[in-house]
Design a protein around this ligand. Structure first.
Ligand SMILES: Nc1nc2c(ncn2[C@@H]2O[C@H](COP(=O)(O)OP(=O)(O)OP(=O)(O)O)[C@@H](O)[C@H]2O)c(=O)[nH]1
Ligand SMILES: [Mg+2]
Length: 351
């Protein structure tokens, strides 16, 4: 699963990429090729579990980040080729995190709402091209064969076309499971989940116009100052904690941004705990217990008998596992159990 960090030039993408992945790449230099790296998904619940169990190690979830080179829509900037490249990379990722410049930084007066509109239009037009091409093909097929091999497609793509022509993203359209399956292979950009990162000069309140525009486009919005997140990431843990306490917040804004991206991928976490390791694992939302077992090891899925499950909140409230058990908060669940975010799970299996 990949999240693409994208947007116009100089918005702070590579700086944010460094904060998230620790890649330490030079910033302010642009570039033609995307940067890729894995980054840890912070989870305060896992930190608490580690405090409780004192394991030898803590293992967080990791997801992959792609720093997509920005484009400059202005004339004389090779805008066309840059935008094409930008779209190609955007098509390959599972979720889009658009960084929007709300600071001056010597790059001219910021225009966050304008940046959002520019990128959004670029994505909409790219989708429209795909949809129109597909419709042409479908019409030809209809003429030749009298019917379409994909009966859902003609109506669906007509709806898409109308929607895109009114310059609206496709994620606004409600689709049922069959419709989703039908169009899954087309990598439509405005169907991908969108996180908008408003990158401010410092902790200003978020730009109201940009905020409204982003929310209107169905995006999850995180407001932060990437530069400050960069400084924060370089501090020792104690210093960072002091810094955050002074600001009156309990974690860096970048952590919220990472979690928003993770959740936009339709993923969530369950935990395993023990003296060796406290660990967060990823499953798709809606996944059942055997699938979760399979994430840990294929043997656990193959030989799955039951899952012993305790909700994170119940464990913390009870104080420890034995107390949770005594309070009947530890359940035995079977194959049909749908794993919930934050479940602490032990798999019983036999192979
Ligand atoms: N003042 C200020 N400067 C920032 C902030 N974030 C990034 N910058 C600076 O802006 C410049 C561009 O940042 P990058 O992270 O390289 O921007 P980018 O979006 O990757 O740019 P391209 O790769 O060219 O598209 C760098 O000099 C950063 O130090 C910020 O929050 N405030
Ligand atoms: Mg960059």
């Amino acid at each position: 699963m990949q999240v693409g960090i994208l947007g116009l030039k100089y918005s702070g993408k590579t700086t944010l990429f460094n904060v998230i992945t620790g890649a330490g790449l030079p910033t302010g230099q642009g570039g033609v090729d995307p940067n890729r790296a894995m980054g840890t998904v912070p989870d305060p619940r896992l930190d608490v579990l580690t405090d409780l169990y004192q394991p030898k190690r803590q293992v967080n979830v990791q997801i992959e980040w792609v720093d997509v080179p920005g484009f400059d829509p202005g004339p004389g900037h090779d805008g066309g080729r840059e935008a094409t490249r930008f779209l190609e990379h955007a098509r390959r990722v599972d979720a889009l995190a658009q960084v929007v410049r709300c600071f001056d930084g010597g790059y001219g007066a910021p225009d966050p709402a304008g940046e959002l509109a520019t990128v959004s239009l670029e994505l909409i037009l790219a989708d429209l091209q795909i949809v129109e091409k597909r419709l042409e093909k479908l019409q030809k097929e209809l003429r030749l064969k009298g019917k379409s091999e994909q009966p859902l497609e003609p109506g669906l793509f007509e709806r898409f076309k109308t929607h895109l022509e009114s310059e609206r993203p496709l994620r606004e359209i409600e689709l049922n499971t069959d419709e989703y399956r039908t169009i899954a292979g087309y990598s439509l950009l405005t169907l991908k989940p969108l996180i908008v990162v408003l990158n401010h000069a410092d902790e200003e309140p978020p730009d109201a116009k940009a905020l409204a525009a982003a929310e209107e486009a169905g995006a999850e919005v995180v407001s932060l100052c990437v530069k400050m997140e960069e400084e924060l990431a370089e501090l020792e843990p104690e210093e960072a904690a002091e810094f955050l306490a002074d600001l009156g917040v309990d974690e860096p804004a970048a952590h919220r941004m990472i979690r928003a991206s993770y959740s936009a991928l339709d993923l969530h976490s369950f935990f395993t705990v023990g003296p060796d390791e406290c660990r967060a694992w990823t499953v798709r939302r809606g996944a059942r217990a055997p699938a979760a077992a399979g994430v840990i090891h294929t043997d656990l899925e193959r030989g799955f008998i039951r899952a012993e499950v305790c909700a994170y909140g119940d464990l913390i409230e009870a104080g420890d596992h034995a107390a949770a058990k005594a309070a009947h908060k530890v359940r035995l669940e079977g194959k049909g159990y749908e794993v919930q975010d934050g479940d602490i799970i032990e798999i019983r299996f036999s192979v």
